[in-house]
Write a new protein. Structure first.
Length: 250
């Protein structure tokens, strides 16, 4: 029992591997991408198995006596031949040997190489790469959101916010006019004057604004953000309202 306890303590050393993921966050991104692509990967592998099984049946039935004894004795043995043809990548040797005596087996092996070894496998690689890139983009978005929240919190640290995170709109405008706010917002690529004007326009008639709403406005105003249909519609509404106010003034 003492030895078992000691072995269990030794196995706890495996937990040290968690430090590796902290040192190299890219590993977490790769594992996260693989985890999110599990369903698609399972679908592609199922397709490969179905192709292997179906073509193995054809090869077993159509192979000549010589090839059947060596490569296609049974359906299971034929599947092993197909998988060896795919995994070990010695399909050139097998196809060349089959082409010397059996046209149909050669055709089946070529079809398997094209569909499973090339198309399906490259599809699988593409799915995994896309999943990892998607995870990386989400991590970048989360990192941007954390920076924006920290910047807004620093700006509003001296303002009087209630327990619900509501900040008086007048105090928000006052805070954005300070040099300190301009310096903090410039670090996240946001102009303080633009944020003040947009907040005034978006929350016109309101006395308070949520902390989260200010963060959303900051993220929308970052310089590297692409324009969307929503932004164009908001610009249209703003321009229409400004034109109407000018007509009324004239």
């Amino acid at each position: 029992s003492v030895l078992q306890v000691l072995r269990g303590v030794r196995l706890l050393r495996v937990a040290r591997l968690v430090r590796v993921f902290r040192i190299f966050p890219e590993l977490s991104l790769v594992l996260g991408g693989m985890g999110s692509a599990c369903r698609t990967v399972f679908t592609v592998l199922s397709l490969i198995i179905i192709l292997t099984y179906g073509l193995s049946i054809l090869a077993t039935q159509l192979a000549t006596e010589k090839l059947r004894k060596e490569y296609f004795k049974t359906v299971g043995y034929s599947m092993q031949t197909m998988l060896r043809n795919w995994v070990l990548e010695d399909h050139h040797y097998i196809i060349k040997k089959a082409s010397e005596s059996d046209f149909w087996c050669t055709l089946i092996l070529v079809v398997f190489v094209v569909l499973a070894a090339l198309t399906a496998m490259h599809m699988l690689i593409g799915v995994l790469a896309h999943s990892v890139l998607s995870m990386a983009e989400k991590e970048v978005e989360r990192s941007h959101a954390r920076k924006v929240k920290l910047a807004v919190a620093m700006i509003l640290s001296e303002q009087h916010a209630d327990d619900a995170g509501m900040v008086p709109l007048a105090e928000l405008h006052g805070a954005l006019t300070q040099k300190r706010a301009e310096r903090i917002l410039s670090d996240i690529d946001v102009e303080a004057s633009a944020l003040s004007d947009l907040a005034f326009e978006k929350f016109k008639g309101e006395n308070f604004v949520l902390f989260e709403e200010v963060c959303v406005l900051c993220m929308e105003l970052q310089g590297d953000r692409p324009s969307t249909v929503k932004h164009m519609l908001e610009l249209k509404t703003f321009m229409t309202r400004e034109i109407e106010s000018l007509k009324g003034a004239l």
